[in-house]
Design a protein around this ligand. Structure first.
Ligand SMILES: Nc1ncnc2c1ncn2[C@@H]1O[C@H](COP(=O)(O)OP(=O)(O)OP(=O)(O)O)[C@@H](O)[C@H]1O
Ligand SMILES: [Mg+2]
Length: 251
């Protein structure tokens, strides 16, 4: 399974991608979680805790004489994951683009460049064929249009029951579907009943594959900086993400 989770800001991308990764890993699959957001999110929803000040991937890159970033000699995609992905619960490996530090983007530019190169070469690695990949993308269409999740075969578009969220979701789905061999599915999040689900479906113009309820367990987990699946494992939201994973596996 090769998933990228997309949608408008605050739609629930990190909660859903992190929880899906955990559910898949608990199901016994090797999972690579890919965090391409410069702002915090995925590491908390995975239960991996706070992000490091500098992304480990910084080590993978160097500037050439031409002033351009490149991967250091001897570092291909397999070695980059082996060395610079960090452990998360249930055996997940987490590869991060890095979080914007106080000084601005400059300190993480090596990692940003390395991340882009590595994700574009993941398909080369034979031993990753059996791995599940789950990417958490930053809000909006840019990262989809500029191909920051070339590993993804299914884009999971997260939509809240609001007009803005649905219109944004429709747009990102359209952009994702322009790529060959890629499918996009909609997931409604923070729904409070069946009226919310049909509202979302009317707005996006198609059925959703899952409807994750608004859940106090998720809110509480967020307040504590914990993973929803650790803090509220039996909650309705986590149960629906489990169902979503089964649906995606059978697509
Ligand atoms: N099903 C849910 N029930 C209750 N709260 C939720 C649910 N899903 C997400 N949230 C809350 O909504 C907020 C946004 O969720 P999340 O961070 O996953 O969104 P995001 O799409 O990753 O946001 P961003 O665009 O900033 O990366 C968080 O406070 C999260 O705890
Ligand atoms: Mg997020």
């Amino acid at each position: 399974m090769r998933l990228a989770v997309v949608g408008k800001g605050g739609a629930g991308k990190s909660v859903i991608s992190g929880t899906m990764a955990r559910v898949l890993a608990q199901g016994g699959r090797p999972v690579l979680a890919l965090d391409s957001d410069l702002l915090p999110g995925l590491s908390f929803s995975l239960g991996a805790g706070a992000d490091p000040a500098l992304p480990p991937l910084s080590e993978a890159a160097e500037k050439g004489e031409d002033g351009r970033w490149r991967l250091k000699k001897g570092i291909g995609p397999a070695r980059a994951v082996q060395r610079y992905a960090t452990p998360a619960p249930d055996g997940i490996r987490l590869l991060q683009i890095g979080k914007t530090p106080r000084e601005g983007l400059e300190p993480i530019m090596g990692a940003v460049n390395a991340f882009h190169r590595v994700v574009h070469r993941l398909v080369e690695v034979k031993s990753f064929e059996l791995w599940t990949m789950v990417g958490d993308l930053p809000a909006g269409p840019r990262h989809i249009a500029f191909d920051w999740a070339p590993y993804a075969r299914t884009f999971v578009v997260v939509v809240q029951p609001s007009v803005q969220s649905a219109l944004a979701g429709r747009r990102v789905a359209r952009i994702a579907r322009m790529r060959q061999g890629v499918q996009a599915v909609f997931v409604a999040n923070r729904v409070t009943g069946s009226a919310d689900v049909s509202h979302v479906e009317r707005l996006v113009g198609e059925r959703v594959v899952a409807a994750v309820p608004a859940d106090d367990g998720v809110v509480e987990a967020e307040r504590l900086g914990r993973a929803p699946i650790d803090h509220a494992p039996g909650s309705p939201a986590v149960a629906e993400v489990e169902r979503l994973v089964t649906t995606l596996a059978n697509l």
